[in-house]
Write a protein that binds this ligand. Structure first.
Ligand code: SF4
Length: 330
């Protein structure tokens, strides 16, 4: 590991909508019927972001292309009622409000095309899309957005646009060990071309009740160890390997090359894994010791140095970052 510190960020987690066109067999997040579908209202959003404590990041997640989902008519009516015409238009408005409240947006809205990325770019400190795997797995047979080539295309478009980017692998969804290597090689090759990948998340599949994969066993810790070791060997040193501290025990993975714990929130749950709370900052500090825990922004230091951010975000980045590009110590 290059640094003798481990990084994390503080976020407010904003689930914009749980309506999704995909049908991933492991998903416990997407709405199954209009009764459990939602599109966050401005009022709910403002309640989440006001008094955001020490957070610097607004993490926006959403189901993919809700306009094409089975629940599209519910979504379209709702977004019209709110006075907007699309998820992108509405999310842009939420990003602007987040910036006004001192938060740097990071959007992960599923597969987006180049124009959509461009629209969101100036309002986002970084953006993300999990590659998950380059394998075609049964768990994705009802998920047009999980076709690997579509996801790689978006990651490449983000690179062309110079968007600092987060991606990652989802481990244990039916892929083979060789697919981990192929997925990491694919990310490496895009990074070699564009230099835009800031972190790669190694995330274990966690079975969710009432899903077709509820009875499937999650990956063993040994499997995670192997993937983290392979990631550190394959990816350039400048790409951080992130392991979510609420989904695995990070200590041993740090010894194998993981150097980032991702975002934690004191105010909002992990809406994707609500049963697994994030550790609080002090607990995280104990977990990573003897390494020092350092807070970072949603944009990594080297992209701050390169100036890969818009003038809309410059005031906040200059306010929050120290001379190393990490969060100014308070
Ligand atoms: S893309 Fe995400 S939200 Fe949509 S079904 Fe798959 S895991 Fe769920």
């Amino acid at each position: 590991m290059k640094n003798n510190y481990i990084t994390f960020s503080k976020n407010i987690f904003i689930p914009v909508t749980n309506i999704c066109r995909n049908g991933c067999e492991y998903c416990g997040f997407r709405a199954r019927s209009p009764d459990d579908a939602y599109l966050i209202s401005l009022k709910e959003f403002l309640a989440l972001i006001k008094d955001n404590g020490a957070a610097t990041e607004a993490l926006f997640t959403a189901g993919e292309k809700p306009e094409l989902a089975k629940l599209a008519s519910f979504f379209k009516q709702k977004i019209l009622d709110y006075g907007y015409s699309s998820l992108i238009e509405y999310t842009k408005e939420l990003c602007k409000l987040a910036i006004k409240h001192g938060l740097l947006p990071h959007c992960n809205l599923g597969v987006l095309n180049r124009e959509e990325l461009k629209e969101l770019q100036e309002l986002n400190a970084s953006m993300g899309l999990m590659l998950e795997t380059v394998a075609e797995v049964r768990a994705h047979k009802h998920s047009p957005g999980k076709v690997p080539v579509e996801r790689l295309k978006m990651i490449a478009a983000a690179g062309e646009l110079k968007i600092p980017f987060t991606t990652g692998l989802l481990i244990g969804i039916g892929e083979k060990p060789v697919d981990h290597l192929r997925s990491l090689e694919a990310i490496k090759s895009l990074h070699d071309k564009y230099g835009h990948i800031q972190e790669v998340i190694i995330q274990p599949f966690i079975p969710k009740p009432f899903t077709p994969m509820w009875n499937k066993r999650p990956p063993s810790f040994e499997e995670l160890r192997k993937v983290v070791r392979a990631a550190r060997a394959i990816l350039p040193e400048e790409i951080a390997i992130q392991v979510p501290p609420n989904l695995t025990s990070p200590k041993e993975l740090i010894e194998l090359g993981a150097s980032d714990m991702g975002g934690i929130s004191e105010k909002t749950p992990d809406y994707i894994n609500p049963e697994l709370p994030w550790p609080r900052e002090e607990e995280l500090r104990r977990i990573v010791a003897p390494y020092e825990l350092r807070e970072r922004l949603p944009i990594y230091p080297r992209f701050i140095k390169k100036g890969w951010y818009s003038k809309e975000l410059s005031m906040l980045i200059e306010k929050y970052a120290d001379e190393d590009g990490l969060r100014l110590r308070r």
